[in-house]
Design a protein around this ligand. Structure first.
Ligand code: MTE
Length: 338
């Protein structure tokens, strides 16, 4: 699709998300187009588009209890679950959540990570929290699991490509972790870095992105109660393809802000460069708040396809979390700061 052209009513294939020069040679793209012209291949592609291929999911329950709204009696404990922590929209089945993934360290296809990350070893694993903090720390991931009570948070996830899911994450507010390291008054941003190990993450052997995958938030976004560090989903240990052992979840932003398999969190005084803003600065901004009114330069963001559903639904501003987060952006030009 030429730059500037907009498209609506379809998901955006990976070949268009990633700058093409990084993804495929032109000949391979043409070959793919010819292949897709065949009715049988088209029918198969349509089937996997509607119903992701089911993987045999290796179920592993979390070793610690998870506090859910149902397990909490509001009369005795107050109201620990604030508005926005839940949605009563139907949850995307676990089989779809674990078989339709974006995790470029394990391949570019949606169904690649479930296979390629199967043997990914996530222990031992440490998470460093440093930079502009009074008490830098290195946490072992099992220490994290026991130190911070895990909550269930049922959030919508809206990918920049135009599809969405509803996922019951198990995690704790990032703010709780940041409180332990005591941010300095000079800290304004938070950088998240994924593991860099091409031996264990085969996708990093290709120059698809400037590895390691990096993301960033403003400090007030990072401290917002909706911002979560997830160690599980559906009551299970976080599956490898979903970013084991620990990932970020920021539900009002496009899914790519939610970095997977994090090893470092660094507080800074300047806006950190991110993997996607380095790859295509005019396409992927630092803020990347879900916004149906601001199109991607090459496609519309007005609608989305909920995985498992036919048809498309309208995309909500801030992915439906405006009541909770809009004040973070008061007075900002959200077209310039996309
Ligand atoms: N984190 C890393 N390290 N590498 C990635 O490729 N993809 C992002 C995000 N986090 C990605 C990542 C994108 S584009 C999306 S939509 C979500 O992860 C998908 O999360 P899920 O596969 O658990 O649904």
């Amino acid at each position: 699709m030429p730059p500037g052209a907009k498209r609506e009513g379809t998901d955006v294939p990976v070949s268009e998300i990633t700058p093409k020069s990084l993804y495929l040679g032109r000949r391979e793209i043409l070959g793919g187009a010819l292949l897709l012209a065949s009715p049988i291949v088209t029918a198969l592609a349509m089937k996997s588009w509607i119903v992701p291929r089911r993987a045999v999911h290796q179920s592993k329950p979390l070793p610690v209890p998870v506090v859910t709204a149902a397990s909490t009696a509001p009369s005795t404990t107050g109201a620990p679950f604030a508005t926005g922590f839940f949605t009563d929209e139907a949850r995307t089945p676990l089989a779809d959540v674990t078989s339709y993934n974006n995790f470029y360290e394990f391949g570019l296809g949606k169904e690649d990570p479930q296979e390629a990350a199967r043997g990914f070893v996530t222990r031992p694993w440490t998470l460093s929290v440093d930079g502009l903090v009074a008490r830098p720390r290195v946490f072992d991931v099992d220490q994290l699991l026991r130190r911070f009570p895990l909550e269930e948070r049922v959030y919508r996830l809206r990918c920049v490509e135009g599809w969405s899911m509803v996922i019951p994450w198990n995690g704790f507010p990032l703010a709780a972790l940041l409180a332990e390291v005591a941010p300095l008054s000079s800290a304004r941003y938070v950088e998240f870095t994924t593991l860099h190990d091409p031996e264990r993450m085969p996708g990093q052997r290709r120059d698809v992105l400037d590895w390691p995958y990096r993301e960033g938030l403003r400090l007030d976004e990072a401290m917002h109660p909706l911002t979560l560090l997830a160690l599980g989903l559906y009551g299970e240990v976080l599956p490898n393809q979903n970013g084991a052992p620990v990932r970020l979840v920021v539900p009002w932003k496009y899914g790519f802000k939610s970095a997977k398999s994090i090893v470092r969190i660094r507080l800074t005084d300047t806006e950190p460069p991110t993997a996607w803003s380095v790859a295509a600065p005019e396409e992927y901004g630092f803020y990347s708040n879900v916004n149906p009114d601001v199109s991607h330069p090459r496609w519309s963001q007005a609608t989305e396809r909920r995985i498992g559903e036919f048809g498309r639904r309208r995309t909500q501003r801030y992915n439906g979390y405006g009541e909770q987060v809009a004040q973070l952006y008061a007075g900002m030009d959200l077209v310039r700061n996309f």
